[in-house]
Ligand binder design. Structure first.
Ligand SMILES: [Zn+2]
Length: 728
């Protein structure tokens, strides 16, 4: 494994419906594994600990024991694994032989196996089946883990050895991918304070630890507001809502012991459809207000003071390293390289986006005046009237589209695409030989279609439930490497679709279908890896969404439409007219979508490029938006007090722009397929795609990799065309 502190989280999520905060609720006694129910005696804790630390057993080079592990052993197992990892590091650091690539870098890549395995379970408890019990452990362990990472990143003897290799003669003779491992390792040390001495180094570690606690608290505050603001409706308040929204609301209410009522919960997946369809304007306002006030209610869960503190500490920390602001430090290793480049891209798209909002508002107001005599479009009206414009202008009824989007058929479609582009074949494992953490989870074996060679497993956890965080994401339990024996890939996709009624297919929206393909794109990126060393599997934040975004494009290819987008009752493919309407509607509402996203991305970047001394986050947000001429009908997609991407960790801090950065690549790469003789299934372009953009992961600099695929850099014009914005 690679150094834990440079371990770029393999959990990635889609912009639509992504949230880093968990959507969790009461513990699920009914679904808890048996082991959780009766852990009292000390020997059970010992057993639970041993199981978490153990090498994985069973088929396919060993698989996680999801059916057996329990929280009881988590704290002692984590502590033991950290101890083991530090001991491994000490052996490398204290080696008396001169530092070489083999005895230092390769040995480092091998460390941390036990901790890596525990993190696979930890991720499940955090994202797929959270509970107050786990969150308590998480709160306790976050600062300890941070202190542990600092111990490694600030190990002077180790850094001296890495530095000797980085600056030494041997480096020149290494293969390009080996040089890249050395460089990434060296940079991560340097960026994490290894070059500091004495008091500065101690302060750096102290800040990290403090931040880890604040990030966790931030996320938990948002979660608290998501759980506590639930709107219960009676039957006469359901006007405008579709059958599926009503069914979901009824079941959400029943889950909360309010049988016969309808619950609109304070999460995106509940808020967004309600605002789209409810014709109760006052209720829309109420739902909108609760949602966009998360973390901003002036109570014990208010995040404003935390944000100021987080910004201050981040700024101080990068100041120790001599950087002028947080974003400059953060973007150094990204494809964008500097905040200026990222801002330049965002500002080149922003004027077209807000100009489009004016047009959208005018269209909506026309309908609103006529039908409901409203005087102006308020933020809680946007989704509602946008849907009416969509129906009027594009005659596109989202509910009609849904009838052609069956979850199982879509999965078959994804397998088909993977077969055509990657030569992968998927077969479901039904004999129970691979343990799962919930009965909804299914597992497939992935093999090469021609050679039959085993590649890995794909776990799918598709449905929403209590204790599962909102949104959709992909992760791995094990990644491909060859340096220490060839390892297979254990990949997973996770989402929050509503389960169809007994015996009925699960039908999802077009957006959700795109998300499904998106996450599968991440899985294919994991599965196609051909890197030698673990570090090279790491994701580059503004690049790693590109592969997944690109895969969304295959949803609307003829091959997929004709064979897989079939009506759930008649089995007939989606009519050509409906397909044409969907394609036309793709540029619809881009003013709203681009503006709400860019507002968040720009505010994130501005927060991290100023000196935050004495900052008032609320005022800063307001002033930044005002300077941008933010349309008053739209709010940031993630307002600062609940911007979990940025403040419940550092995964996306000063990096929310990365989605658009990746989307420029996506649009440009999609045009490469569209222009090819074989279109989206062109063999030659597909082979280049796999070779240069998927299999190499981070073994090649992303900018170089893209040039190898396209013969040039990506151009922003393709993105403007995709969104229906004028191209200069
Ligand atoms: Zn993603």
């Amino acid at each position: 494994m690679k150094l834990p502190f440079i371990k770029a989280a393999l959990v990635t999520c889609v912009l639509a419906g992504c949230g880093q905060t968990e959507k969790a609720a009461a513990p699920q006694a009914a679904q808890a594994p048996k082991a959780e129910q009766a852990v009292t005696a000390d020997n059970s804790v010992e057993q639970a600990k041993a199981l978490l630390l153990a090498e994985w057993q069973g088929p396919f080079q060993g698989v996680p024991a999801f059916d057996k592990v329990s929280l009881a052993g988590l704290i002692p197992a984590l502590e033991e694994a950290m101890k083991l990892n530090l001991a491994e590091i000490d052996v490398i650091a204290n080696n008396t032989q001169p530092a070489t690539f083999e005895n230092t870098i390769v040995e480092l890549e091998k460390t941390g196996g036990a901790l890596d395995r525990i993190f696979s379970y930890y991720g499940i408890w955090s994202a797929n089946k959270s509970s107050p019990e786990f969150r308590k452990i998480q709160g306790e362990m976050a600062p300890k883990l941070s202190a542990f990472f600092s111990k490694i990143s600030q190990n002077e003897k180790l850094f001296t050895r890495v530095s000797a290799i980085y600056n030494g003669e041997e480096m020149k003779g290494l293969r390009a991918d080996q040089q890249r491992v050395v460089t990434l390792t060296y940079n991560s040390f340097a960026q994490n304070g290894a070059t500091l001495d004495g008091a500065k180094k101690a302060r750096f570690a102290q800040i990290n630890q403090k931040l880890a606690g604040l990030h966790t608290k931030f996320g938990n505050n948002v979660l608290a507001d998501e759980e506590s603001y639930v709107l219960y409706l009676t039957k006469d308040q359901l006007g405008g809502l579709t059958e599926s929204i009503i069914a979901a609301a009824a079941s959400a209410a029943a889950d909360r012991g309010k049988e016969g009522q309808y619950a609109i919960t304070n999460t995106r997946s509940s808020m967004s459809p309600f605002l789209t369809y409810s014709n109760e304007r006052e209720l829309r306002k109420q739902v909108w207000t609760s949602y966009y006030s998360r973390g901003d209610n002036g109570d014990e869960f208010d995040n404003n003071a935390l944000i100021a503190e987080i910004l201050q500490l981040r700024h101080e920390r990068v100041g120790l390293l001599g950087y002028k602001n947080y974003a400059s430090w953060r973007l150094e290793d990204r494809m964008a390289k500097s905040p200026e480049n990222a801002i330049k891209l965002m500002e080149s798209v922003w004027p077209a986006a807000i100009a489009r909002v004016d047009e959208e508002v005018a269209d909506m107001l026309e309908i609103g005046k006529k039908e409901d005599s409203i005087e102006k479009i308020e933020p809680w009206d946007y989704r509602f009237y946008a849907e009416k414009v969509r129906k009027a202008k594009y005659a596109l009824d989202s509910d009609e589209v849904k009838q052609y989007l069956q979850l199982d058929k879509l999965r078959d479609a994804m397998f088909y695409v993977a077969g055509r582009l990657f030569n992968f074949s998927f077969s479901e494992i039904t004999d129970g030989s691979v343990p799962v953490f919930h009965e909804d989870v299914k597992v497939w074996e992935v093999t090469d279609k021609t050679s039959g060679e085993h590649i890995g497993l794909w776990y799918l956890d598709p449905f929403a439930r209590k204790g599962k965080r909102s949104g959709a994401w992909a992760t791995t339990y094990r990644s491909h490497t060859t340096f220490d024996g060839k390892k297979n890939v254990l990949s997973s996709n996770n989402s929050n679709f509503s389960k169809g009624a007994e015996g009925q297919p699960s039908l999802i929206s077009w957006d959700d279908a795109e998300t499904y393909f998106h996450e599968f794109g991440h899985a294919l990126h994991f599965l196609s890896s051909n890197v030698v060393y673990p570090t090279l599997n790491g994701g580059v934040r503004d690049y790693t969404e590109f592969q997944s975004q690109l895969l969304e494009r295959w949803l609307s290819t003829d091959e997929v439409i004709d064979n897989y987008l079939v009506h759930y009752k008649t089995g007939k493919p989606m009519p050509k007219e409906l397909v044409a309407k969907i394609k036309q509607a793709a540029t619809f509402n881009q003013g709203f979508k681009t503006t709400e996203y860019l507002a968040s991305a720009l505010v994130d970047m501005k927060f991290h490029t100023v000196d935050p001394t004495g900052i008032d986050p609320d005022k800063f947000e307001r002033e930044t938006l005002s300077a941008l001429n933010m349309p008053e009908q739209i709010v940031m997609r993630h307002r600062t007090p609940h911007f979990g991407h940025v403040f419940s960790g550092e995964g996306y801090s000063s990096s929310y722009y990365g989605y658009m950065w990746a989307e420029v690549l996506t649009s440009d790469a999609a045009e490469a397929f569209a222009e090819a003789p074989g279109g989206f299934y062109d063999k030659e372009v597909a082979a280049k795609l796999v070779e240069h953009l998927f299999s190499v992961r981070n073994a090649v600099d992303p900018a170089e990799a893209y040039r190898a695929f396209r013969g040039r850099d990506a151009k922003v014009e393709a993105l403007m065309r995709d969104r229906g914005f004028p191209v200069k």
